[in-house]
Design a protein around this ligand. Structure first.
Ligand code: IPD
Length: 271
């Protein structure tokens, strides 16, 4: 399958979605709750998803589509060789609060959920991150590489607290954060897993980890990191479904990966 024309098409869709989101970001927003006060959706999420789904359904009528807002769409999953994962706004809480750190994330995967094409667009700063399997990763059209830093202690790591952690009594990642704070220059929390992954790919940060997210948060970013020369795995360092479905996502420049895996292993041994 020639992935380049698909990548070009999806890049155009993401740019068009970004124009819509930039406009919505400037205006008044209608915010609704989904599973709780911490999990919200805006009209812009829904409108952006409609735009993306209409374009994908027209171009790829025999593909399955999974959207953060609309769930399963397009061709039935059992009949489709390819599936799309899309998040119209990753970083919705930022978007709704007037913080411009949000993006659109679109990925096409094979029937085993291994991503083939990934596009993440940050409209406010006009930053486009793309990759296709075997074709490399780009930032605003130029080849992109992970950082060369070999030492976690001089690196910056990023995580997020997934929505499940908001419920009292649920497991949380506080011990993980504490452990990494002792082993890295800094730990940051920006609120968009898709952008966190792209920032690993762009060499702005050394690593990212988060558990309990969704495939639409990570499918595009995981491919973009890998194609930029980085490493992605589950928390044990293995290339399993846990990574691609968002259950456990660890991404790095490759050089600090083993250190990240060991750090989490120590945390879980103690637990
Ligand atoms: C969320 C962001 C956040 C992560 C959450 C995601 P959304 O996506 O990626 O960083 O911690 O688990 O659900 O809800 O803004 O699309």
């Amino acid at each position: 399958m020639d992935l380049q024309p698909i990548l070009t098409h999806v890049t155009d869709i993401a740019r068009e979605t970004g124009a819509m989101l930039r406009e919505a970001f400037e205006g008044p927003l209608k915010i609704d709750q989904k599973s709780g006060h911490f999990d919200i959706v805006t009209e812009a999420d829904k409108n952006a998803e409609k735009l993306i789904v209409a374009a994908l359904e027209k171009a790829y009528p025999d593909h399955h589509i999974v959207g953060e807002e609309g769930g399963s769409m397009g061709a039935p999953i059992e009949e489709a060789d390819y599936r799309w994962y899309l998040d119209p706004i990753d970083g919705t809480t930022n978007f709704a609060g007037g913080i411009p750190h949000f993006c659109t994330s679109i990925a096409m995967a094979d029937k085993h959920d291994r991503p083939l094409v990934g596009v993440v667009y940050m409209p406010y700063y006009d930053e486009m991150f793309t990759a296709a399997r075997g074709l490399g990763a780009t930032f605003n059209g130029e080849p992109m590489q992970v950082s060369e830093n070999e030492d976690m202690i001089t690196g910056v790591l990023v995580t997020s607290f997934n929505y499940k952690q908001t419920n009292p009594g649920e497991p949380n990642s506080f011990d993980e954060v504490r452990a990494f704070l002792a082993k890295a220059r800094a730990v940051r929390y920006f609120g968009s897993a898709a952008l966190d992954l792209c920032w690993v790919a762009a060499g702005r940060i050394e690593g990212f980890w988060e558990w309990g997210i969704n495939p639409w948060d990570c499918q595009a970013g995981v491919l973009i990191v890998t194609e930029a020369g980085g490493t992605c795995s589950d928390f044990s360092g293995a290339d399993t479904d846990k990574l691609y479905l968002g259950d456990e996502v660890m991404a790095s420049n490759g050089k600090v990966h083993e250190g990240m895996v060991q750090t989490l292993a120590e945390v879980y041994r103690r637990a």
